[in-house]
Design a protein around this ligand. Structure first.
Ligand code: ZN
Length: 294
């Protein structure tokens, strides 16, 4: 393709530099990403050095993991205690009919390794308790919540806040989809919800649109890649103004009329910290404790 050949020549110096730090196989595999902009090598190496924990390998987690691994993430910890079910297969692209009954995290790791053998994959095929999750979080730069239930979301949110790590979250049920970008400098997930709310309003009770799940997952993966490939900033300072990403915001998928057409997309809204949020209060107290060395 002539256009690609010409573009490749204009990026030669970047690619030569990247070759010194990426293997030949990686250099070829990621060549289309390296061509993107003047700093393709720097962005690819940042991604190679990134460590991500992904909790939930269902309809959202499968495509998010596939995109991160395909793009060249350095390390990915896969957490899911469920087994593959027949009703998962329309959305969860890492699994096949013959995988029914097998642990999702283990099957996913095998398929992802076949997709790209370079990333380091770690499996946690259980519903982790706080101690297990704390240990996994310590090894990661960024946490991703693709779970399907409120207790798990609140657990990861609480431990993310405790560890002072950024949290990217997605949720889809029925025809509704949301994204959340949270950091220690913003409101947390628990600021938004009543922790006593136990209604089982998820895809098991409301159904789920497979195409909307895929769309939401790729939006989440796009935000993650932009964050992981950008110039690093201290976690405690991660906010919208220093990343260009909408930290401290959540997005809802919406459709609206524009002329005679119906258009759709994610609309972002600012989150407000809840002064009564126990999670934020505890995190603030813990950070103060550490900072003063008491
Ligand atoms: Zn909070």
């Amino acid at each position: 393709m002539p256009t690609e050949t010409k573009h490749a020549k204009t990026q030669r110096s970047d690619i030569q530099h990247a070759k010194a730090t990426l293997s030949d196989a990686e250099f070829i595999r990621y060549s289309r990403s390296l061509m993107l902009g003047d700093d393709g090598d720097k962005r690819q190496l940042r991604l190679k050095n990134a460590r991500v924990l992904l909790l939930g390998l269902g309809g959202l987690g499968c495509p998010v993991a596939t995109t991160l691994v395909g793009a060249g993430i350095g390390q990915l910890i896969l957490v899911d205690g469920d087994k593959v079910e027949l009703s998962n297969l329309p959305r969860q692209s890492l699994y096949q009919t013959t995988d029914i009954g097998k642990p999702k995290a283990e099957v996913a790791a095998v398929r992802l390794h076949l997709h790209n053998p370079h990333p380091r994959l770690t499996v946690l095929a259980c519903r982790p308790d706080d101690q297990q999750l704390r240990q996994a979080i310590t090894a990661c730069d960024v946490l991703v919540d693709c779970s399907d239930n409120l207790p798990t979301r609140l657990q990861l949110n609480r431990l993310a806040r405790e560890a002072g790590k950024p949290l990217f979250a997605g949720a889809v049920s029925g025809h509704s989809a949301q994204l959340y970008l949270l950091s220690p400098a913003t409101a947390c997930y628990q600021c938004l919800v009543d922790p006593d709310w136990q209604a089982l309003q998820n895809c098991r009770t409301l159904g789920v649109d497979p195409a909307l799940v895929a769309l939401t997952a790729q939006q989440l993966a796009l935000l993650l890649l932009r964050f992981l490939q950008a110039e690093p900033v201290p976690y405690a300072d991660v906010a919208q103004h220093d990343t260009g990403l909408p930290f401290g915001h959540y997005a809802r998928y919406q459709q609206w009329s524009q002329g005679q057409s119906t258009v759709s997309g994610f609309h972002w809204y600012a989150l407000q910290t809840n002064p009564l949020c126990d999670c934020c209060a505890h995190a603030t107290a813990a950070n103060h404790f550490t900072a003063t060395g008491v």
